[in-house]
Design a protein around this ligand. Structure first.
Ligand code: ATP
Ligand code: MG
Length: 274
């Protein structure tokens, strides 16, 4: 049985009068990639933030790695969060730190996992540098350690943010709009990296996107280590689950074939094959 990586049970998130998520239930299993679509303001970012306890549910239950997160002490939540790599919307690198320090940040702020609440007593600097280099090589930014975010193109910034998200080798990754605002070619390279991460490290992920092509790539291709390209893969579809949010409600959940045969007008707006 695949492990439960993230579970929402009847989760509602309220900000004053506004319900950003309404009675949302789903379970993300190990090895799955979930593509989260929905109009602006439909609750996609709130869904990801709620998953790691940055936004709080007003009712319902959320479990990360089969552990309920509500009512957990901040320290225990911190330990769980360490096992989740996050690419925030807009990439959000620290402007005042160079690429090396940005990518090293989650490695250097890591606490020991036993939950003493202290920073790991000794940081192995050689291992940390090696891991920073490895994470940057993974996104093909191995030569940019000393550059500042302002010196990078938009696509490079996004790649550096992916390197930071994967730096600690988390088993679960949350990507909020990784291709938003990028040209189609750069967007493709970002999705290729997300698929490479899935296939090389066998990670589970949630990917927020408006672009149907993004989900289409995840559902039909795999990373080929021999030439570093994406190649068609019939097995990818079954582990790619699409979710569509509408005004905070999860109105669709299923594989691509089911998505493409939906007759719901709102769902159909997100399905565009070209
Ligand atoms: N901290 C907050 N306080 C009050 N309202 C919030 C807060 N965070 C989100 N919201 C509201 O919750 C709703 C869902 O927001 P969310 O950011 O999840 O949308 P989204 O689907 O990610 O949109 P986009 O595609 O534009 O990123 C919106 O109406 C937003 O204004
Ligand atoms: Mg958002």
């Amino acid at each position: 049985m695949p492990e439960s990586m993230l579970r929402f049970e009847n989760v509602t998130v309220r900000f004053d009068q506004l319900e950003a998520l309404k009675d949302v239930s789903f379970e993300l299993k190990e090895g799955e990639t979930r593509i989260v679509m929905g109009a602006a303001g439909s609750g996609k970012t709130v869904l990801l933030k709620t998953a790691i306890g940055l936004d709080c549910a007003s009712s319902g239950k959320i479990s990360l790695f089969d552990q309920e997160i509500q009512g957990k002490a901040e320290r225990d939540l911190f330990d769980l969060r360490q096992r989740v790599g996050v690419l925030f919307q807009e990439g959000a690198l620290f402007d005042s730190m160079n690429v090396e320090r940005n990518v090293g940040y989650p490695l250097l702020t890591r606490r020991d996992v036993k939950g003493s609440g202290k920073k790991a007593a000794k940081v192995d600097m050689a291992a940390t540098h090696a891991r920073i280099q490895e994470a940057l090589d993974f996104v093909e930014l191995g030569q940019t350690l000393k550059l500042m975010p302002a010196e990078l193109s938009g696509g490079m910034r996004r790649r550096a943010a992916i390197a930071r998200a994967v730096a600690t080798k988390p088993p679960l990754l949350l990507y909020d709009s990784p291709t938003a605002g990028l040209d189609p070619i750069t967007a493709y390279t970002i999705m290729a990296l997300i698929i490479k991460e899935r296939d090389v490290d066998n990670t589970t992920a949630m990917v927020v996107t408006y672009r149907y092509q993004d989900g289409n790539l995840v559902a039909n291709f795999r990373y080929n280590p021999e030439d570093g390209q994406l190649v068609p893969d019939e097995k990818a579809a079954a582990k790619t689950i699409f979710m569509v949010l509408k005004e905070g409600r999860l109105i669709f959940e299923g594989v691509q074939e089911k998505l493409e045969s939906s007759t719901d007008e709102y769902v159909k707006k997100f399905v565009k094959r070209d």
